[in-house]
Design a protein around this ligand. Structure first.
Ligand code: ATP
Ligand code: MG
Length: 241
């Protein structure tokens, strides 16, 4: 690579990829960085999958191909649940701008258990097949129970993230929050970590989002209130209480 191309590549990283989540771009310095991997983590039903779908829909509006790799839920159920929002999702699926792949059912059926590396290679093949520019892998946590070499996670994940960066694929991986304070490899290796929290206040559920880390971008790490709307999850600039 010539030094000039290298500079060009570095400057390209100043572009921003709109997240598709109203209000979120204000908190993350204008949008995601192209070719980076972001982790969205939170408790059950907090909106991780919804944010992933919003991210793909935003790309699809501009004709960018999106790939949703499902490792737990049946994509049909996810699509059914998402029809209540004004995403126009069915149109994008019909035009093949967004593709859902049920990798989980394939893995559960297979007699042979994959290694981390084989699993990531399978995802990379799907990305190549779909020529996707935006990718969601939902949920990452379940992979821990599917692979036969859990000890190789950090190494294989590092390679996977490198490969996505080389291909300039902007990716959201989701993970479940397991044991309160314990951080996992994906927290350290991802370029950004967004945590969804919820609290009970006067018998009311209050939802909030926090940008825990964001490589190379000054950002606001304070809790921001979020709400489910007809446009999916919306982030407000205000504190949750
Ligand atoms: N209008 C709403 N008000 C409050 N909560 C809502 C509303 N719409 C959806 N939800 C919540 O959002 C959840 C679905 O969001 P989503 O599937 O994105 O969450 P998730 O974090 O991916 O969940 P899981 O951990 O089960 O994968 C529902 O189970 C419900 O709890
Ligand atoms: Mg989910």
């Amino acid at each position: 690579m010539s030094p000039l191309m290298y500079v060009g590549d570095i400057l390209k990283s100043l572009d921003r990829i709109p997240s598709g989540v109203p209000g979120l771009d204000n908190v993350i310095g204008g949008g995601f960085l192209p070719g980076r991997v972001y982790l969205v983590t939170g408790p059950p039903g907090s909106g991780k999958t919804t944010i992933g779908v919003q991210f793909l829909v935003e790309g699809a509006k501009n004709g960018e191909k999106g790939l949703f790799v499902s490792l737990v839920e049946n994509p049909k159920i996810i699509i059914q649940d998402m029809l209540r929002y004004n995403f126009g999702l069915l149109g994008y699926i019909q035009s093949k701008t967004i593709a859902f792949h049920d990798l989980g059912s394939h893995l559960l059926r297979a007699e042979y258990r994959m290694t981390w590396n084989e699993l990531f290679n399978a995802i990379l093949q799907l990305i190549e097949g779909e020529k996707a520019k935006r990718v969601v892998v939902d949920s990452f946590t379940s992979m821990e129970y599917l692979v036969k070499d859990p000890e190789n996670k950090r190494w294989a994940l590092g390679r996977f993230i490198r490969a996505l960066q080389e291909l300039e694929i902007t990716t959201i991986i989701t993970s479940e929050m397991l044991k309160g304070e314990s951080y996992t490899d994906e927290h350290y290796l991802a370029d950004g970590v967004i945590v969804i929290h919820h609290f009970m206040r006067n018998y009311q559920m209050v939802r909030a989002l926090q940008v825990l880390k964001l490589h190379g971008v000054p950002h606001d790490s304070n809790l921001k209130r979020i709400r489910f709307t007809d446009e999916g999850i919306r982030v407000y600039q205000e504190a949750p209480f």
